[in-house]
Each structure stands twice: as structure tokens, then as C-alpha cells.
Design a protein around this ligand. Structure first.
Ligand code: FAD
Length: 396
């Protein structure tokens, strides 16, 4: 009997195993992970672990005590759904119920793969390789001004490196935020002493320098590429598990996949959000915490026990600021400022049909906590009161 087999021993995989035990699953639980390390948390990799303020970020979970069979250094290479079996280098692994939690893999810069001094930041090994680089404080070029790029630039400045960030879009966080919200955040780079170049691409990476499409050459002791990630699902091609155009496993509202007895959760899976009327692919920590609880409930209940329809949430720590976001906004939503973006603390709200759909809070954790509840309850709000930072959000 295969019991529940979980592929991927990151946040979502570990939380699924723990949630199964917490919710009373007494059968076998096997957790397979490609990386050789004790399962660990990723957010500290661009923060404390990168700067050497923390040695590692291993999860504090007693796998043995919980009766979770942890098999590390085992990469799963194929799924044969009809036989309910996985392929690994160590031989086939049978399952009754399978949970896909393989996360995401960072996109690489075309032409720069394997060039010495070019780094990604996804794994503990990546962070371990970058630590001595930061300590040596060379001139660093960061490619991509997204969440990871900003966090890495923050750490590199703190380590005393000269930092230039190269962003192909015309602004920072172009995939996540509209121009008027991104504008004040771009100023943070400058304040921190980093140089931000937008609207320009990397043409080539050579030993010791980066050439840009506008002809400039930047000295680069090291290059960090933070241009996004895609679901780690290539190994599922040709299996019964349907993948979307973005490479995500297209889970249903119960986080079931198109293959019998197979669920998917975390960074590798997209799901239909009833709340937002859209399919969401969320690459954030909270999704890898909440989703597993729903998967565990559905495994125990036999399939369609609980719907997964969260208010997505994440945080980022950049340039000394605590940035938090809850919900999901679209271009058509009404944007309301709450506070002065030139100041240290402010928020932005997005309204849809008179209710709060999403909120970005900079240094205002109370706004985030209260806003999240308003979004969950879809309570109608008064835009004028919302715009007044002195009025608590819950009273808007
Ligand atoms: P992962 O953490 O990617 O884990 C998946 C695991 O599956 C990996 O260990 C991988 O090796 C393994 N695997 C993949 N394929 C196979 C296979 N075929 N066989 C076996 N094993 C396999 N989110 C926030 O909200 N706030 C933050 O501040 C924040 N900071 C971050 C900083 C960094 C540097 C990174 C990389 C991410 C950060 N995130 C943050 C995002 C958050 O860490 C992810 O959303 C979360 O880790 C997703 O968990 P997961 O288990 O789905 O995927």
C-alpha cells in the first residue's frame, strides 16, 4: 500500500504532511524531495540567511515523531497515473493518493547559463554560494526589479556592495503593480544607494561585465538574476496531469488535478478563484501554508470536502521597509491612496463593486490585518474614509 505520497519537500509539501497528521490521517505519508538538505523555508534565503545572520532556515518539524517518511535527494522523473506509480532514479514509488508540491524553478537569463559569476536565488545552495560573494563586496549587477531583485539589492547594499539593478520593463514590479504605485517604490533604490536602470535589457554577460542593449557596459564582479520563476512541472509532460500555458498544474477548486487521486498545491499549481473570478497562480509563502490544509481535508474526506478560495497574502522586506499585500486586483479596479507615498508608511487600496478587493501596505501592518478581514467579508467601504489614514480601516 502506497498511502499518501507527496512530491516536493518544500513549504507546501511539508505542510501537507503535517496537516494530514494534524487532521487525523493514520495511513502512510511519504515525502520525496529532490534536494539533499533537511527541508527548509525559502523567505530567509534573500534576507537573514543571505547575510549570514542565520545559518539556515530548516523547518522545525519532527518528521520521525509524526511518522512521516522523509526521502531526500530523490528526484521524481515521471508519473504513470494508470498504475498509480512514480518514477525515480531510486526505482518506482507506488501511491494511493499523490500530492504534487514541486514548487517553482527560477527563469534563467538566456545566454548566461553556466557563465561564471552568474547566480540565481531559489535554493539554500544558491544562498550559500552567494554569501561569500556578498562578503567580498564586489560590484553587483541584479537583473530584474521584482520582489526577489529588490530583496537581493537590499542585502547587497547592506553588505556594502555597489549595486546596479537592470530592469527590462519601464518600472519596478511591473508584473505586480500599476505605474503610479511602483513610482514611489523605485525611489527606494536610489535612497539605498543602488542604481536602478529601467527599460533596458541585458545583451550579454561576459567575465567581469554586463553589456546592455543600449550599448552600456557595467562592471560586474557578480550577477544575480531575478526575473521570475515557472512551475517545476516539466517532468509531468505527457502524464494525465493537465498543465496550463504557464506550466502550472491546473487544479480545480478542491486542489484536485485531472488525474485520479492526484492533488497539487503551492507554487506549482494554479486554482480557480471564485472570489476573484480568475485562475490564480500564486508564488507566495502563505499559499503554501493554507493550500495544504485544504488538500489534507480533501484527502481525508475522499475528494471534494473543502473549496480553496483564499485571499492571497504575501510580504516582502525591501530597503528597510515592510511591504505587505493582500487580495488580488485588476486594471479595472478603483485605486485609493491612503497616506503619502513619499512618507515612510502608506497604503493603497483597490475597490471593486464598492468593496475592498486588494490592499498594499508599506509599514502599516494594522492596515493589512484589518484590510484582509474586510476583503474576506467583502464588506462595502466608504472611499472617502478609506483615503484617510487616521481612520482605522475596519471603520471605513
Ligand atoms: P518550493 O519551496 O519551491 O519547494 C518545492 C520543492 O520541491 C523544492 O525543494 C524542490 O527541490 C522540490 N522538487 C521540485 N521538483 C521535484 C521533483 N521532480 N522531485 C522531487 N522534488 C522536487 N514569499 C513570501 O510570501 N514572502 C517572502 O518574503 C518570500 N521570500 C522569498 C525569498 C526567496 C529567495 C524565494 C526563492 C522565495 C520567497 N518567497 C516569499 C516565496 C515562497 O518561498 C514560496 O512561495 C514557497 O517556498 C512555495 O513553496 P512550495 O513548497 O510550493 O515550493
Amino acid at each position: 500500500q502506497g498511502g499518501v505520497v507527496i512530491v516536493g519537500a518544500g513549504m507546501a509539501g511539508v505542510q501537507t504532511a503535517v496537516a494530514l497528521r494534524e487532521q487525523g490521517w493514520t495511513g502512510r505519508v511519504t515525502l520525496l524531495g529532490a534536494e539533499p538538505h533537511q527541508p527548509y523555508d525559502r523567505p530567509p534565503l534573500s534576507k537573514a540567511v543571505l547575510l549570514g545572520k542565520a545559518e539556515d532556515s530548516a523547518f522545525d518539524v519532527d518528521f520521525e515523531g509524526l511518522g512521516i517518511e522523509l526521502r531526500l535527494g530523490v528526484e521524481v522523473t515521471g508519473l504513470r497515473g494508470a498504475e498509480r506509480e512514480l518514477d525515480t532514479e531510486a526505482g518506482p514509488v507506488p501511491y494511493e493518493v499523490l500530492v504534487l508540491a514541486t514548487g517553482a524553478e527560477p527563469l534563467t537569463l538566456p545566454g548566461a547559463e553556466g557563465v561564471p559569476g552568474v547566480h540565481l536565488l531559489r535554493t539554500l545552495d544558491d544562498a550559500a554560494r552567494l554569501r561569500p560573494v556578498l562578503a567580498a563586496a564586489p560590484a553587483m549587477v541584479v537583473v530584474g526589479a521584482g520582489w526577489i531583485g529588490a530583496e537581493f539589492a537590499t542585502a547587497a547594499r547592506e553588505a556594502g556592495c555597489e549595486v546596479t539593478v537592470v530592469e527590462a520593463a519601464d518600472r519596478v514590479l511591473a508584473g505586480a503593480l500599476p505605474a503610479e504605485v511602483a513610482a514611489p517604490m523605485a525611489r527606494w533604490y536610489e535612497e539605498a544607494g543602488a542604481t536602478l536602470l529601467t527599460g533596458v535589457r541585458v545583451a550579454a554577460v561576459e567575465a567581469g561585465r554586463v553589456l546592455l542593449t543600449d550599448g552600456r557596459a557595467l562592471p560586474a564582479g557578480a550577477v544575480v538574476v531575478g526575473i521570475g520563476a515557472r512551475p517545476a512541472t516539466r517532468w509531468l509532460a505527457g502524464s494525465q496531469v493537465e498543465l496550463g500555458p504557464d506550466g502550472s498544474v491546473t487544479a480545480d477548486a478542491y486542489l484536485r488535478t485531472t488525474a485520479a487521486g492526484v492533488y497539487a498545491v503551492g507554487d506549482c499549481a494554479s486554482f480557480p478563484s471564485g472570489r476573484y473570478g480568475a485562475r490564480l497562480l500564486v508564488h507566495h509563502w502563505d499559499n503554501a501554508l493554507q493550500g495544504p490544509r485544504v488538500v489534507a481535508a480533501n484527502v481525508l474526506g475522499g475528494g471534494a470536502e473543502r473549496v480553496y478560495d483564499p485571499v492571497p497574502y504575501f510580504w516582502s522586506e525591501q530597503f528597510g521597509r515592510f511591504v505587505q499585500y493582500a487580495g488580488h486586483h485588476g486594471d479595472a479596479d478603483e485605486l485609493v491612496w491612503r497616506g503619502d507615498p513619499a512618507g515612510e508608511a502608506w497604503s493603497v487600496c483597490w475597490l471593486r463593486d464598492g468593496a475592498l478587493a486588494a490592499l498594499l501596505a508599506v509599514g502599516r501592518p494594522r492596515d493589512l490585518a484589518q484590510g484582509r478581514r474586510l476583503i474576506e467579508a467583502a464588506t462595502p467601504v466608504d472611499p472617502a474614509r478609506l483615503a484617510d489614514p487616521a481612520v482605522p480601516l475596519k471603520s471605513a
